[in-house]
Design a protein around this ligand. Structure first.
Ligand code: NI
Ligand code: MN
Length: 225
């Protein structure tokens, strides 16, 4: 069994049988028990905006985790003494599983060094213990998402807050294109601009005749899959 814990905004903790990873760890320090952090292997960072890069530097240093992100940000991290893996759009195989880097329709800049060339924003499909999870990062609805339908995803984490990303109704359209077993909303209610009642998203998914189950995770809540 794998376990996905929501840490607020777009931050998640994924625990497989032998591999533990954080995604976009914004304001995560202090939210996790030390015990879980001790087993942390990796941090996946979709882009350099502050609400996604978040506590990456502190966590990577404190817990000796490797950061998986785009080539440019990975190079910056390596120069600053953090173990990192620079990825490109496409597929890369690692000992723990497979990482597909997906396109995200979003800008990028690096919160810690705004003049640094930060590369492109992305999303990730991580295959771990035979389970597939998609973290979309920040993105608008794109036609590329239909390519993910063939992946038979177990979980898709999609932004629903609008303003900077797709809104709830576009996230329903994305869910239709992707067709995951379960969709989990993220990137809502953290700031005034992204205010969104997740219950509205649930209603929309449920009335759309989709095969997908929708799960809203409270901060700190987990989903076993
Ligand atoms: Ni962003
Ligand atoms: Mn964001």
């Amino acid at each position: 069994m794998s376990n996905l814990t929501y840490l607020g905004h777009s931050a998640f903790l994924l625990e497989g049988s032998n591999f533990t990873a954080l995604f976009d760890p914004f304001q995560v320090m202090g939210k996790l028990e030390q015990e879980k952090m001790k087993h942390l292997d990796a941090i996946f960072v979709t882009h350099g905006h502050g609400d996604h890069f978040g506590d990456t530097l502190e966590i990577a240093r404190a817990y000796n985790a490797t950061v998986y992100t785009n080539m440019e940000l990975a190079n910056w991290l390596a120069k600053n003494g953090v173990a990192s893996v620079g990825l490109q759009f496409g597929v890369a195989n690692f000992g723990f599983g497979k990482v597909r880097v997906t396109s995200a329709k979003h800008s990028n800049s690096f919160c810690l060094d705004p003049t640094y060339p930060s590369g492109e924003a992305c999303g990730f499909v991580l295959t771990l213990d035979g389970k597939k999870i998609y973290h979309a990062g920040d993105t608008a609805l794109t036609a590329d998402m239909q390519l993910l339908q063939g992946e038979n995803l177990d979980i898709a984490c999609l932004p629903i807050g609008g303003y900077y990303t797709m809104d709830a109704s576009d996230a329903v359209r994305a869910t239709r294109l992707i067709s995951p077993k379960t969709v989990v909303p993220m990137h809502f209610n953290t700031f005034a601009q992204i205010k969104q009642d997740p219950a509205e998203f649930v209603k929309m998914v449920q009335s759309s005749n989709l095969q997908t189950e929708v799960k809203v995770l409270e901060v700190g809540a987990s989903l076993c899959f």
